[in-house]
Design a protein around this ligand. Structure first.
Ligand SMILES: *Cc1c(COP(=O)(O)O)cnc(C)c1O
Length: 456
């Protein structure tokens, strides 16, 4: 009998996160203090993060034990299912075997609670009372509000103005979980007021919202900041995805030839890929690893590898990463989670050292893939993972021509039930593709790259 859904028992859930830093062939460049240009130390990060997370940011240990309190919350939805996409394969007429790890079963409907839960736990244990954060479409805000509710913390979220106005449902979900939401830019912070003074109608960006949340956390001793992607400890927490997927594939006797994932800040991608990289370095498999980003925000394929700020106002430490420049404002595509100017330093380093490849896809091709996936597999994907699906489908079609029986694994990192207006817009024919090469975009990119911080 063919097995569509490959499920692990609760007792088989991994009990430790995998730290890719331990096994990297070359170490990544250090994070720098923007004032001194010197590597940051724990004291520099202490106003924003609890010591347990700062340690996880820099640790060289190969594995980190998942606390029992975190495992208890993970058990609400983990282990998540791995599916073989039989119906999609049939529609494509491909000999490829396509597997997807589905993270949409979480309370927020995405992979984000894998890290929001431990982040809230470590902050609560350190005596913190409130967490601040930013959110785009609302996925991260929802995940953090849920996690704060689990551990008795207040949660205050700055949501990118455009999404606050156009996508009210995740805001309602954040409020239901007990969080507070402000549109960003807001008048509550110096960073927000500075943007509004110059652009009163600003539709906001993730970089601006980060500046606001960081500012409030830095000013209050009982308040910390939580980031939903990019940082090493976030990617560490997400490795539960890849560890489970390894066990599930082993159960059906498969090893992947190709792994594809979408990259915004790199966390669902890193979370799936890192345990497979470990297996590749150990010589147990040799999959190709491919990141997929939107053509409207192509930090890996078109950005520069340089030290840059994580936020727009230029207040965070400097990270060496693939970036379009911290004040680059990407086109308002529907995949809000992929509209970040930078990229995880770990993923950037792996790309730079040739451990993985990257491609960019226009959103119309991605929506077409999302609709085909919904009609075949019955799950309506979030706009972000449709980028990975488009790349998986592209490869499966190639296999249909060559007859190759490739095993393809992708992360279906969230469902799109609260992104239905985006699908409505696609079905009505009003989703357009951004011309990355046009002169306005190129001029904006050159201008923002010219404002990269200069290191002496
Ligand atoms: C946040 C989000 C992303 C982008 O973030 P990564 O850190 O790159 O994973 C992608 N997909 C979904 C569903 C998200 O919520």
């Amino acid at each position: 009998m063919r097995q569509h859904r490959i499920q692990l028992a609760e007792s088989e859930m991994p009990t430790r996160w995998y730290n890719v830093l331990h096994d990297l062939p070359t170490p990544p460049p250090p994070v720098l203090h923007p004032g001194t240009g010197q590597p940051v130390g724990p004291d520099d990060l202490a106003p924003l993060f609890p010591m347990a997370l700062i340690e996880q940011e820099v640790t060289n240990a190969q594995y980190v034990e998942i606390p029992g309190e975190v495992l208890d919350v993970y058990r609400l939805w983990r282990p998540s299912p791995l599916y073989r996409a039989y119906q999609l394969e049939k529609a494509l007429g491909t000999p490829a075997r396509i597997y997807y790890k589905y993270e949409g079963v979480s309370p927020a409907g995405s992979h984000k609670p894998n890290t929001s839960v431990p982040q809230a736990f470590y902050n609560a244990r350190a005596g913190i009372r409130r967490l601040t954060t930013e959110t785009g479409a609302g996925q991260w805000g929802t995940a953090l509000a849920f996690a704060c509710a689990q551990f008795g913390l207040e949660c205050e979220v700055w949501q990118v103005r455009a999404s606050y106005d156009q996508k009210p449902y995740r805001r309602m979900m954040i409020e239901t979980f007990g969080g507070t939401v402000h549109p960003s830019p807001s008048t509550l912070t110096a960073a927000g007021r500075a943007i509004l003074a110059e652009h009163p109608d600003s539709s906001g960006s993730l970089g601006i919202a980060i500046s606001e949340a960081v500012e409030v956390a830095a000013q209050h001793a009982d308040t910390n900041y939580a980031l939903g992607s990019v940082l090493n400890h976030v990617l560490l927490h997400q490795t539960v995805i890849g560890e489970e997927a390894l066990l599930q594939l082993a159960r059906v006797g498969e090893t992947p030839d190709l792994l594809v994932g979408c990259t915004g800040g790199g966390s669902n991608f890193g979370g799936l890929m890192f345990p497979f990289l470990r297996e590749r370095w150990a010589g147990r498999m040799s999959p190709t690893i491919r990141a997929v980003e939107p053509t409207a925000c192509p930090s890996l394929t078109q950005g520069t590898y340089a030290y840059d700020f994580g936020d727009t106002a230029g207040t965070t430490p400097l990270m060496k990463m693939h970036t379009l420049g911290h004040d680059f404002v990407p086109d308002p595509i529907h995949a809000g989670g992929l509209r970040y100017h930078g990229m995880s330093p770990l993923v950037s380093h792996l790309y730079e050292t040739g451990e993985m490849e990257a491609i960019a896809k226009p959103q119309s091709e991605c929506f077409a893939a999302g609709v085909l996936f919904a009609r075949t597999e019955g799950i309506l994907p979030a706009p972000e993972p449709t980028h990975a699906l488009a790349a998986a489908i592209e490869e499966a079609r190639r296999c249909a021509e060559t007859g190759e029986e490739k095993v393809i694994l992708t992360a279906l990192c969230g469902h799109g039930h609260l992104d239905l207006p985006a699908y409505a817009s696609y079905l009505a024919g009003s989703v357009t593709d951004h011309e990355w090469g046009d002169s306005d975009t190129q001029a904006a990119l050159q201008a923002s790259l010219a404002r990269l911080p200069q290191l002496s």
